[in-house]
Design a protein around this ligand. Structure first.
Ligand code: NAD
Length: 500
């Protein structure tokens, strides 16, 4: 039957997995609520098989020339760029975000592929001639081996692309474990790598849940783990991975504040709050969820935001709407639960997303954009990462009170300040304890040649994603001291080596 859910399986050794199916998970189209796929959930033995393929591939790939690696990345880039609409459609069908947003996600991932095309330059080491008489020293960076990437549901293409282009360019082989909620993008990218001529086993995809993650964390041949997801799981992965002796970067959850100072352009700020609060239904780690209005601007700002929200359309992301559904029914219900809690705790419900008119199938996982005013730091609307289309306005009397609120929050992923005062903006960028800061820019996602990552509970480990830190993370350094024999240097000397 046409409506039967598809089987979505692993991608190992350059082809779809041919092993037996064990446990499986449901995959839905969030805009209709229909079950569209059943994804294989790997057992420990399945993970082992993928790691074996990656270990085998590493033996050759680590010796491939920089030119060869750059060519594979260029080929992948060209294919992805020419077929990005196809990938965007896959993302929309399983995640729910609107097509234009899915395309934006692919484009931001492509930028990392383009960055990694420059790998010959990025891997250049240092060289010092004659550190001692006729002795030279040089540094090189070498790949780690098999690297694990564990990604969240909200960016099924971009987040994996924060890591795998750089990892592969550096000479590693990859096991990607995508979110089991929207697994098809990862497999599609696996097939694209094969088309681009990447040797079999360099890029592998293993679907799964905790069982697969635990095996990746403990497998002795997996040298590093790059994780992105919620804070409790990020902490778990960081602790488990480092305990097993691995290099780990674990990016966690977020609660991003947008501070609006009294001198800000309130139209610009209101546009930004709506775009960054409700884009992708708030399911972005850089979404703005706490709007900190420094008085006396709150009344006017709330009015302007409300006006803009009146014009937002919500519905099936394939129909040109502004905002799509949430990823699953359970997630929609959880987010909707915060609306009741907010009212019960005394926040002012300005726009109720449950009353939004929907341009889509009744069975979709819908919740419209919601605005709360007069939220206080003790309310669950503020203490929890909601990860949905819910924007909370907190009113504070001064810049110092705003800064204190942001810096007291346990998360530190992104933040923005809206002001026309350069001095205030500069002070904020200096004083705020957050990894990514926007000045009159609400979603300050760094370009691929800088590194992405937060502070505090938003990142465990010390390496951010892509850019120079990505290259550093996926390689280890070696320093070589060399002397080519010269008769004048003969003879025994048991002293500690000196440079003279
Ligand atoms: P999640 O933590 O539920 O899942 C992330 C990954 O961990 C998935 O691959 C999942 O299969 C796996 N996982 C889930 N439960 C596990 C368990 N008990 N043990 C081991 N592995 C487990 O996150 P999500 O709901 O997919 O994604 C949303 C979260 O990701 C939000 O908290 C968001 O802020 C965060 N996020 C952060 C960033 C960032 O850059 N900091 C970027 C994107 C998303």
């Amino acid at each position: 039957m046409d409506n039967d859910p598809r089987r979505i399986t692993h991608w190992v050794g350059g082809k779809p997995w041919s092993g037996p199916a064990g446990r499986a998970g449901d995959v839905f189209d969030p805009a209709t609520g229909r079950l569209t796929g059943r994804v294989d959930l790997a057992s420990g033995a399945d993970v082992d098989a993928a790691v074996t393929a990656a270990v085998t591939a590493f033996a050759d790939w680590r010796h491939s020339s920089l030119t060869r690696r750059a060519q594979a990345l260029f080929a992948f880039r060209e294919l992805l760029n020419s077929r990005k609409e196809e990938l965007a459609a896959i993302i929309t069908a399983e995640h729910g975000k609107v097509l234009s947003d899915a395309l934006g996600e692919v484009t931001r991932g492509l930028e990392v592929v383009e960055f990694a095309c420059g790998i010959p330059h990025l891997l250049k080491g240092g060289f010092s001639e004659n550190v001692s008489t006729k002795v030279d020293v040089y540094s090189i960076r070498q790949p780690l081996g098999v690297v694990g990437i564990i990604s969240p549901f909200n960016f099924p293409a971009m987040v994996p692309m924060w890591f795998f282009p750089v990892a592969i360019a550096c000479g590693n082989t990859v096991i990607l474990k995508p979110s089991e909620k929207d697994p098809s993008a990862a497999v599609w990218m696996g097939a694209l790598w094969a088309e681009a001529g990447l040797p079999d086993g360099v890029f592998n995809v293993v679907h799964g849940d905790k069982e697969a993650v635990d095996r990746l964390l403990e497998h002795p041949d997996v040298r590093s783990v790059s994780f992105v997801g919620s804070t409790p799981i990020a902490r778990y992965v960081y602790e488990g991975g480092t305990k097993a002796g691995k290099r780990v970067q674990a990016l966690g959850g977020a609660k991003n504040h947008m501070v609006v100072l009294p001198d800000a352009d309130l139209d610009l700020a209101a546009d930004a709050a709506v775009n960054a609060g409700f884009g992708s239904a708030g399911e972005r780690c850089m979404a703005i969820s706490a709007l900190v209005a420094v008085e006396p601007v709150a009344d006017e700002l709330v009015r302007k935001i409300r006006e803009r929200m009146d014009g937002l359309t919500v519905g099936d992301g394939r129909r040109g709407t502004d905002m799509g559904p949430l990823v699953t029914e359970a997630h929609r219900d959880k987010v909707a639960g915060y609306l009741d809690a907010g009212v019960a705790q005394g926040a002012e419900l300005v726009v109720d997303g449950r009353e939004q008119k929907i341009d889509g199938d009744e069975g979709g996982f819908w919740l419209g954009p919601t605005l709360f005013d007069r939220v206080t730091p003790a309310m669950t609307l503020y203490t929890d990462e909601i990860f949905g289309p819910v924007l909370s306005v907190l009113r504070v009397p001064t810049y110092d009170a705003a800064l204190d609120l942001v810096n007291t929050n346990p998360y530190g992923n992104g933040t923005a300040i809206f002001t026309n005062d350069g001095g205030a903006a500069r002070r904020y960028q200096n004083e705020v304890e957050v990894g990514m800061v926007g000045i009159n820019v609400p979603i300050p996602v760094p370009m691929a040649y800088y590194s992405f990552g937060g502070w505090k509970h938003s990142l465990f480990g010390d390496s951010h994603a892509h850019g120079a830190e990505g290259v550093q993370f996926f390689t280890r350094g070696k320093v070589v001291t060399s002397r080519w024999l010269d008769p004048s240097h003969g003879g025994l000397n048991l002293g500690f080596p000196r440079n003279d």
